[in-house]
Design a protein around this ligand. Structure first.
Ligand code: AP5
Ligand code: ZN
Length: 217
């Protein structure tokens, strides 16, 4: 399957993507995680991305599209993929359309995770991420690690993302409404959008997502 996951910051895209990718046997491709990996390796791309991310803005399309394309061309993505955080504006969506068309392949669905603003703010405020792998995500209340500050998966140090400050979160939400939400209409026109509520337990949301994806549109 080829799926795009969309939803506001903190809706649980990364959390659900990890679980869905495992069940559906497809790679989870997160542009946010790819940028964070570049930041920790201190690459030129990482340095560039960090300045935009810390301000809550989108990283420029040119580098983002090139990075996403490069990842989608890896052998493990041949049979399908779950895109998390890409595309994030209409021009990225159009670039993805063109790439897929050139390859003669199509998206199966765009899964839209809906969550109210007060909930996503709570989720982001309590989020703690592993220094070794940004796919290892915890929450001080909703998903605490067994030992405070230590990742249950690999023993790495848990930290609060630099872009999870109150001010940056407000900016990220604004960017989501103005730049990312319009891609939902773009994909509605292609009949691809399935919308589910991201509220409730993590497991319940995964079940809802799988049902929506398998039940067609
Ligand atoms: P990115 O990393 O994609 O961040 P985001 O979209 O803001 O989303 P988040 O990672 O904040 O949240 P999430 O929805 O994945 O939630 P999570 O599962 O962690 O992007 C970061 C930045 O990179 C952007 O601002 C931009 O600068 C740049 N960027 C990335 N892609 C780009 C692109 N295509 N173009 C340009 N720039 C780009 O969950 C949140 C918390 O809630 C966790 O603590 C989790 O444990 C908890 N939680 C999850 N589900 C539940 C639940 N059901 N109940 C209770 N708690 C839950
Ligand atoms: Zn870890």
């Amino acid at each position: 399957m080829r799926i795009v996951l969309v939803g506001p910051p903190g809706a649980g895209k990364g959390t659900q993507a990890t679980r869905l990718a495992e069940t559906l046997h497809i790679p989870h491709i997160s542009t946010g995680d790819l940028f964070r990996a570049n930041i920790s390796r201190q690459t030129e791309l990482g340095k560039l991305a960090k300045s935009y991310m810390d301000a809550g803005n989108l990283v420029p399309d040119e580098v983002t599209i090139a990075m996403a394309k490069d990842r989608m061309e890896q052998p493990d993505a041949e049979g399908g993929f779950l895109l998390d955080g890409f595309p994030r504006n209409v021009s990225q969506a159009k670039a993805l359309d063109e790439t897929l068309e050139r390859e003669g392949i199509k998206l199966d669905a765009v899964l839209d995770l809906e969550a109210p603003e007060d909930e996503v703010v709570k989720r982001i405020a309590g989020r703690r991420v592993c220094r070794n792998d940004s796919a290892h995500v915890f929450h001080v209340t909703y998903k605490p690690s067994a030992k405070e500050g230590v990742c249950d998966v690999c023993g790495g140090e848990l930290y609060q993302r630099d872009d999870d400050t109150e001010e940056t979160v407000r900016k990220r939400l604004e960017v989501y409404h103005t730049q990312t939400e319009p891609i939902i209409d773009h994909y509605k026109a292609q009949g691809l959008v399935v919308t589910i509520s991201a509220m409730g337990a993590v497991e319940a949301v995964t079940e809802r997502a799988l049902e929506a994806l398998q039940g067609g549109r």
